[in-house]
Design a protein around this ligand. Structure first.
Ligand code: C6P
Length: 414
């Protein structure tokens, strides 16, 4: 056996790119440089094949049929749940609820955990860095109950003010909800400190891991968080599938939030009894092929190695930051000391949307806009930014193309 552990070996990015059929395309006559992974990352063939195999060999409804296909589908679906459990290091697969994505996972907690427990004057504490998916469900819950949304501030680097966060935790705080990684700036939040401070006051914590799980190892037991949400489509998996991890004791005490098939044990007009965990929270036919594809994506990511992915993306982020900083008139928005794999920026005289369109002409896909994080834009006094977000298959050459195209756009608008 080699003395060098697999974790220490660099990624063979050129080879890995071959796993992603979509990357071989030309867009507007140029090789595609896909730098919009924060919105959705691309799927490797292993994921596409897993979904296809499901359709060709086992498509049927789950938990319902005694026939062979239904049993195959059920086994594969439940195996996917177990795969997610191992990925997150949750204690039990009862703690893994399949949802449509991060948004639905957070809404589930807002409806089923928060709404029954809060009243006028109670508080939900979030941070200024949140995606709308981790703001609006709490605003809706507050509107319905008279609770108050409090927001921990950030500084000019885009880092959470941890002291202010701690001081905002009050005897009325009923839940803390925070991003693990900001989608608009890339800031990695100090989630261990957040959880410790909240738990010291008996307050449960939800972490929005949409932008975290594709980039580094997440262990919910080590984090000691109470809820953790993520989406398949940012993790090289299918869209329309996501996960809510919930601490079993909390999930067990929560009422279901949607009613229908599969979430019940018995139904009569005299009353209904609900199914055990996690099925109580999965009303109706789930996204079976999505769950199976998600498990394949997790297998893929774990096969490559999240430590190696993190190391490569760190290098790419540093390189991109250096290259972009050199461009006259370009300002990076979000300069936290601990950032994950993305860089947000504005360029003097060039609206981000124009920049996005010009880059698309050069075959480069980035995201422009407010990134569903309008409070972050407001804080930095910009209506929008351009955002390049990296995945394991991106290269330094793609960063060079990005920098060259941005510099050319700047020159064009001068
Ligand atoms: N951010 C982005 O381009 P859904 O849509 O449910 O899969 O994920 C919502 C969501 C929640 N939290 C964070 C931190 C996110 O980044 C996202 C999705 C995409 O940044 C689309 S707006």
């Amino acid at each position: 056996m080699s003395a060098v552990s697999a974790g220490a070996l660099p990624l063979d990015v050129a080879r890995l790119r071959g796993d992603f059929p979509v990357l071989g395309q030309r867009i507007n006559g140029q090789p595609l440089a896909y730098l919009d992974n924060g919105a959705s990352s691309q799927r490797p063939r292993a994921v596409i094949d897993a979904e296809r195999r499901y359709a060709e060999e086992m498509h049927a409804n789950v938990h319902r049929g005694v026939h062979t296909l239904s049993q195959r589908a059920t086994d594969a679906f439940e195996a996917a749940r177990e795969r997610v459990r191992r990925f997150l290091n949750a204690r039990s697969s009862r703690e893994i609820v399949f949802t449509r994505g991060t948004t639905e996972a957070i809404n589930l907690v807002a409806q089923s955990f928060v709404r029954p427990r809060v009243g006028p004057g109670d508080e939900i504490l979030i941070t200024w860095l949140e995606h709308h998916a981790n703001i609006v469900p709490w605003q809706m819950a507050c509107e319905a109950t008279g609770a108050v949304l409090t927001v921990a501030p950030i500084d000019r680097r885009g880092e959470l003010d941890l002291d202010a966060f701690r001081s905002l935790l009050s005897p009325r705080t009923r839940l803390v909800a925070a991003a693990h990684v900001s989608n608009a700036l890339g800031t990695v939040l100090p989630v261990a400190e957040i959880v410790t401070a909240a738990h010291a006051q008996g307050v449960p914590v939800l972490l929005d891991g949409a932008q975290a799980v594709p980039h580094f190892k997440v262990d919910v037991e080590a984090l000691d968080c109470d809820f953790y949400a993520f989406s398949g489509h940012k993790l090289y998996g299918p869209d329309g599938i996501g996960v809510l991890y919930g601490r079993e004791s909390l999930l067990a005490a929560m009422p279901p939030w949607q009613g229908g098939g599969d979430m019940i044990l018995s139904v009569s007009f005299a009353g209904t009894t609900y199914n055990r965990l996690p099925f109580k929270f999965e009303a109706g036919t789930p996204h079976i092929s999505g769950a199976i594809g998600l498990a394949a994506a997790i297998d893929y990511v774990d096969g490559v190695g999240l430590d190696r992915i993190a190391a490569w993306e760190r290098e790419l982020l540093q390189y991109a930051t250096e290259r972009l900083e050199r461009i006259d008139g370009l300002k990076i928005i979000g300069t936290a000391r601990h950032k994950a794999s993305l860089v947000s920026f504005v360029v003097d005289g060039v609206h981000p949307h124009d920049l996005g369109t010009i880059l698309d002409q050069a075959g480069i896909a980035i995201r422009t806009g407010h990134h569903c994080a309008m409070p972050v834009m407001e804080f930095f006094g910009v209506p929008a930014t351009a955002r390049a977000s990296f995945a394991l298959y991106n290269t330094r050459a793609e960063v060079d193309r990005l920098a060259a195209a941005v510099a050319a756009a700047r020159a064009m608008f001068r």
